[in-house]
Every structure is written in structure tokens, then in C-alpha cells.
Design a protein around this ligand. Structure first.
Ligand SMILES: Nc1nc2c(ncn2[C@@H]2O[C@H](COP(=O)(O)OP(=O)(O)OP(=O)(O)O)[C@@H](O)[C@H]2O)c(=O)[nH]1
Ligand SMILES: [Zn+2]
Length: 198
């Protein structure tokens, strides 16, 4: 099951989070007993567990469940994978797109598993750089391809809603292994995804 069902929320964690969210709501100057808010601590507790469920998932296993022997040895690109993560400094969302490519070395992976791996690492407290690196290293170590590339373009709510309050800046991070360290291969990948990069 890729996402937790209602029944799967850990009761003890939900209760602890509920208690703490109630205090937060009160400290912020709201009445936690107000009709519209009385269930908010529980809703927030579940929302935060959903958004951080990646800690309990194993990306390597997800990939290994759908790896197939195949002689195809050209570049495979999956682009425009939407992602939602939480910045570890402010616990505010950052969101954007991931573009992934790999060059198989005897085995391919089910395409849907690439976005699943993105979610496993995105659904935690993260920085964009480590998110990029986590995805890259997981694919490299598990699939053992001839090369792998990850580009992430994201916007950070902590830079939009507060702090410097810049609405139009976006951050691009990238990582390359194996054949993508060669400039021609890297350029071919960047060209294939370029319509999505500003
Ligand atoms: N490198 C990196 N920085 C991030 C990411 N998400 C948020 N940040 C930054 O983390 C930094 C934390 O800096 P601090 O000075 O400790 O926090 P702050 O006073 O709230 O900073 P401001 O956002 O500038 O108000 C900020 O510059 C954020 O923009 C990320 O994914 N990668
Ligand atoms: Zn932040």
C-alpha cells in the first residue's frame, strides 16, 4: 500500500501529535474548543503523518519489486514528476518537479517506481539538495545502471510566505552519476527536459 489508510495511522503517535497541536493552536491565540477547530489537532496530526510517511518506507524494496532483465541500453527519461516536501528548517512545504533519467545495464525498472522513490524521500523533513542526492544514490545503488541523473526544480514556501518573500524564484538542484558525468550524455538529458526548466 503506497499511502497510509485511515486505519493505519498509529494511534499513539496521533494522540501525542493531537495533544501538541492543541497547545500550538492555543499558543497562537486561537480557541481550541471553537466548533470549526475542535477537530483540527487530530486532522493536523494525520496530515503531518501523511506528509512524513517516507520515514517508514524503503525505496530500495520498492525498486527491487519491479526490476526486470532487459537488453535496452538507451536513456530512459521520466520527467515532470510532481513532488511535495517539507523544508526541515521551517516545516513549510516546498514543491515542484523532479526529472529522472537512467541508462540501464541489463535491467530496467517499472516506470511508476521512479515517482514512488521520489515520494519516499520527499515525504520527510528535507532540504532540496539532500532530496536530490537521496533519489540519485538510491537509484544508483539499487538499479546499478550505466548512469543516472536527477534534476529537481522547486519553490519554497518559506521563501514565499515569510522571510525574504520572493514569489517567483525557483531553485534547481541536480546530480549525475556514471555516463551522465560525460558532458554529451548530460546535455542530451538536459535537452530532453529543457522545456520544463525556466
Ligand atoms: N540549501 C537549502 N536551504 C533551504 C532549503 N529550504 C529552506 N532553506 C533555507 O534555510 C535557511 C535557514 O536559515 P536561518 O537563517 O537559520 O533561518 P531564517 O532566519 O528563518 O532565514 P530566512 O528564511 O532568511 O528568514 C534559509 O536561508 C532558508 O531559505 C533547502 O531545501 N535547501
Ligand atoms: Zn524553510
Amino acid at each position: 500500500m503506497p499511502y497510509k489508510l485511515f486505519e493505519e495511522y498509529n494511534l499513539e503517535v496521533t494522540d501525542n501529535l493531537k495533544y501538541n497541536f492543541r497547545s500550538i493552536i492555543k499558543e497562537l491565540g486561537e480557541d481550541p474548543e471553537r466548533e470549526g477547530i475542535v477537530k483540527t489537532p487530530e486532522r493536523a496530526a494525520k496530515a503531518m503523518q501523511f506528509l512524513t510517511q517516507g520515514y517508514e518506507m524503503d525505496a530500495k524494496t520498492i525498486l527491487e519489486e519491479a526490476m526486470f532483465k532487459e537488453g535496452y541500453n538507451e536513456m530512459v527519461v521520466v520527467k515532470d514528476i510532481e513532488l511535495y516536501s517539507l523544508c526541515e528548517h521551517h516545516m513549510l512545504p516546498f514543491f515542484g518537479k523532479a526529472h529522472i533519467a537512467y541508462i540501464p545495464d541489463g535491467q530496467i525498472v517499472g516506470l511508476s517506481k521512479l515517482p514512488r522513490v521520489v515520494d519516499v524521500f520527499a515525504r520527510r523533513l528535507q532540504v532540496q539538495e539532500r532530496l536530490t542526492h537521496d533519489i540519485l544514490e538510491c537509484l544508483n545503488d539499487t538499479l546499478k545502471p550505466k548512469g543516472v541523473a536527477v534534476v529537481i526544480e522547486a519553490q519554497h514556501m518559506c521563501m514565499m510566505m515569510r522571510g525574504v518573500q520572493k514569489q517567483n524564484s525557483s531553485t534547481t538542484t541536480s546530480g549525475f552519476r556514471g555516463q551522465f558525468e560525460k558532458i554529451e550524455t548530460r546535455n542530451e538529458f538536459l535537452k530532453l527536459i529543457s522545456s520544463d526548466l525556466k
